[in-house]
Structures are given as structure tokens and as C-alpha cells.
Design a protein around this ligand. Sequence first.
Ligand SMILES: Cc1cc2nc3c(=O)[nH]c(=O)nc-3n(C[C@H](O)[C@H](O)[C@H](O)COP(=O)(O)OP(=O)(O)OC[C@H]3O[C@@H](n4cnc5c(N)ncnc54)[C@H](O)[C@@H]3O)c2cc1C
Length: 542
Amino acid sequence: MNSLNIVIIGAGASGLTAASNIRKYDDESQIIVFTTQKHVAYSPCAIPYVIGGHIDSFNDIIMHKPEEYLRKNIRILTESKVCEINNDITELTYEDKKGNKQNLKYDKLVIATGGKPLIPPIPGKDLEGVFKVRTVEDGEEILAYSQNCKNVILVGGGAIGLELGSELAHKGIKVTIAEMMPQLFPRSFDKEMSDKFQDHLQGKNIEILTSSAVESINGETKVESVTIDGVEKPADMVILSTGVRPQTDLAESIGCELGQFAIKVNPHMETSVPNVYAAGDCVEVTNAITGDITLSPLGTTAVRQGIILAKNLAGHEIEFQPVLNSTVSQIGEMEMGAVGITQQEAEKLGIPIVVSSIESLSRARYYPGSKPLYLKLIAKTDGTIIGCQMFGQEAVAERVDTMTAIMSQKLTCDDVVSMEFSYAPPVSTVVDPIAQAAAECLEKIDALDDECCCECEEESSQESAESDECPVEENNNEEIEKSSDEECCECSDESEESGKEECCECPEAEDSETTSEEESSDEPAEKTTSFTEYLRNQGLIN
Ligand SMILES: Cc1cc2nc3c(=O)[nH]c(=O)nc-3n(C[C@H](O)[C@H](O)[C@H](O)COP(=O)(O)OP(=O)(O)OC[C@H]3O[C@@H](n4cnc5c(N)ncnc54)[C@H](O)[C@@H]3O)c2cc1C
């Protein structure tokens, strides 16, 4: 490989991962990385836990110093802002930490500028005591200011806001979380899951207000109160955790095509401008379930994109795949996580689905310390799992990862019910909650099929036997119609030949768990035992 000048704008998860990985394949090229910040190679994800005291100091979350990168021949220019790029002459202008403007040539440019906090135009947002949370510096300021605070208002009920809120509450500060939407985690949870989660969180020094707009932040020079839905609440600190917006200005300035939300890249992480790549929070991605364009402002996505970008830049052809947006979070004593799409989203898109919501346990029910685990599964009516949400005090993250693997392989509820899971009483249940929820979805799918078959039977006994049309025409759910049609046709074929009795033997209508006693009984057929009932009867699940 020829020696190149590779310039990376951004020393966050995507930029630094790209730099280190490019160096793995290429000893020769010059790699220069810019950041506007003082620190590099830290985990923003850990900021709330330093503020809460679970991690001793911000130094602990800074994993490498610029000098360590220099040993790998990667030069990082901290507190240096790229102000302008002239791509016609492949040169950029930056302002260094002393305020001097300098120019730098490049052969390949990587834009990894991340996102910037979305600050709502609330009156009083510039008062002393109002903070955003994005960088270590923000975290340090929040920690210092919060030492003398009694009442903190957190604006935004997403994972970061809740992590931060529960960490401050853990230190004895009274925290109010105000969310404009009617629920917490609007992107990851359906409302009923969010409501259940909220019930568990509320009360521990935390008040949660949903459907609540912050109207103003009040005070002479610093925060004294906040008006939420017309009610003035005392406050000495406000933290805005209202999301991030992709930072795309530099990319736009050189003509990189923007998509619906951010910089448009191909699966090789190339922008529309030759020799210009992009990765991380500043690019948009494809949703693996819906095929729609979306954002994935996650450290995990940024790192994976950095690796893939580096491989492509080094000449290896490798594609970034659509995302499932697998997320987890530790909020107070609760772990929450989600992957795929919500029921609400599926319904909005008109995807025919079944849903199961179960309350299971994290360990064998007799094992001391076993904790409730709430899990919701969303599956298409053909059985493919497309979404999962869960929370509990333990054993959530690993299950979210299992679900991510299941969904990335496009497995069905049938596959999951017969899948092998590990088990030992102190750490899991003999039938994993995931398999329980999948079984419940399967029962619902079977019930849809049965419903169709029964309607089919009635129609075929009432109407002419010649009709081979499926009677469930009114059903506006296309996919159910389709799958039902198949069974109904089998069903009506049977009934055409030998009438209603035989139709009851339609194998689709039979529950696979039917016992031999039930089969031989002269009594009218009892409701057969479902898989979940069977497990319950055996004492294997709750
Ligand atoms: C509090 C918090 C908690 C989080 N928790 C999680 C979590 O638990 N799990 C998870 O997966 N994700 C989490 N995230 C999200 C995750 O941190 C981000 O998705 C990830 O850091 C994005 O990386 P990035 O490289 O795209 O951008 P960033 O890390 O934002 O880096 C952007 C870089 O670009 C530089 N830059 C921008 N413009 C210029 C310019 N003009 N000149 C020079 N440099 C420039 C910046 O200085 C910075 O170095 C969290 C984020 C925050 C803030």
C-alpha cells in the first residue's frame, strides 16, 4: 500500500477505532486525528456512573492518552477544530489549541464528527446551573455543580436522562424527570412496558412526569425554579438530556450527500465524495427490520463502523450491515434493554404481528434472590421475531444479546422454542424466559390459524361445498389472510370431501401437546394443554 495522508476529524468511538484499525493494516501512512476536546479515548457511556459515584473518578474512564497513540504513529491534535475543508485541493484548515490557523493536506478524509446535543429553545436555557451531557468536561461540571444541589430537574426521559437521574437520586438529591412524550424510552419501549418500568423507578428520590413540557427555567442569573405544565417547581440545577443531532456541517460543506437524517454512506462507509469516508453518530443507517433509513447513535454502532471503515480504506471489501439498534441500560437497580422495533412501530407500518408479554424470573424460582424479569416479544404472524423489550434487576443484558443474535439470523418463534439455552438455578431458569415468550407468541399464531380454520368450517358447512374461496375475506390483515388462506384451503378441501367431522382433523387445528388420553376420550374435545400451561403445570415457570 502506498503511503497516504489520512486525516480523521473526530477522536470519539468511531474516529479512534478507525485510526487504530487502519494502523493494523498499514504501517506506512500518516494518520492524524482531530478533536475539539481535551480528552480522548474515554467512554461517554460511563459519565452518569462517575457522577453517581459508582466509578471513582473521570480519570478511570479515560482509557488512553494521546501519547499512547503517538507510539503507534497516530498523531492526535486535541482542542483543535477543523473549520474549513477545500476538497478541490484536498486541504483543510484548522484552529489549534493556541488559536492559530493552520492548513493540512490529505489523501483520504474520514468524517467522524459525532452528534451535538439538541438544546430545546426553553426560556432560561442559558442561566447558570443549566447543563447538557455529552463530554467528560460536561460530566465534570455536572459533578462539581451538583455537590450543593437539593433539587435537580432532568429534561428528557430517554436512557441517558434516566441513568443520570437515578445516579443523582442515589446520592440523595431529589430528582424530577420531565418527558414531553406520554412515556419513557419512546424509541425502545411500548407504553405499557414503559409504564411498568416507571412504577418500579418512581419514588426512590425520583419523580417522573410524562406528557410534561418544561415551559421555562427561571432565575435572575442562575437556576431557581422550573415551570412544568404551569406549575413552578424549586430547582437549583437543570440537565438537558433531549437527544443529539448528527454533526454534518463539514461534510455538507464539501458536497457530501445528506440522506433523511444525516450523512449518507454506502455499506463501505464511503460518502458520495470520492476518498471521503464517514462513520458514527454523524451518519445514517438502515433498519434491519423495516429497511427504512434511521439513526443509530450508539457507541457499539460507532465502533463497528470504525472497524469496517478502516478495513475498506485498507482495501478489504467488507460491508456494514443494517442495524437492530440493540440497547441496554442500568437505571438505578433496574436493567432495561430492547432490540428491533416496538409493537407501536410495527402497527404503524401495518406489519401483522402477535405479541407476548410475560413476567418471568432471573433465577430458578426457589433460588434465593430470584428477581422478576419482564419481557415482551413482538413477532410477525409468520413467526419471525422482530422486536423485544425487557427489564429486571438482573440478567437483562445477556438476554438482549441473545435476542439480537436471534433477530439478526431472522429466526422464528418455532426456532426459539426448540433452541438450546444454558441453565443452572442460581443464574437462570430451566425454560428461558425468551423461550417462554416465544411459546406464547406461537400459541397466538396457532390461535389465529385455528380461528381461520373454524370460520372456514362454518362457512363450508353452511355454504356450498363447491366454493374454494377462503371466507375470511373481510380480514384486512394481508399476511394473516395469506397464511390463513393456505390452511383454509386445506380445510375446505377436506370439508368438500367429507364434511365438517373430517375438517376438525385438520392438522393445523390440532394442538401438538394433545395427550393420548384426550385423543381417545369419547367426551367432546377438551381445550388442549398449551406449551406454556404445560410448563406451568410442571412447575417449570411461574
Ligand atoms: C452520557 C452518554 C451515555 C451514553 N451511553 C451509551 C451506552 O450506554 N451505550 C451506547 O452504545 N452508547 C451510549 N452513548 C452514545 C455513544 O457514546 C455515542 O454513540 C458515541 O460516542 C458516538 O461516537 P462518535 O465517534 O460518532 O462521536 P463522538 O464520540 O461524539 O465524537 C465526535 C468527535 O468529533 C470531534 N469533532 C466534531 N467536530 C469537529 C471539528 N469541527 N473539528 C475537530 N473535531 C471535531 C469531537 O471533538 C469528538 O472528538 C452515550 C452517550 C452519552 C453522551
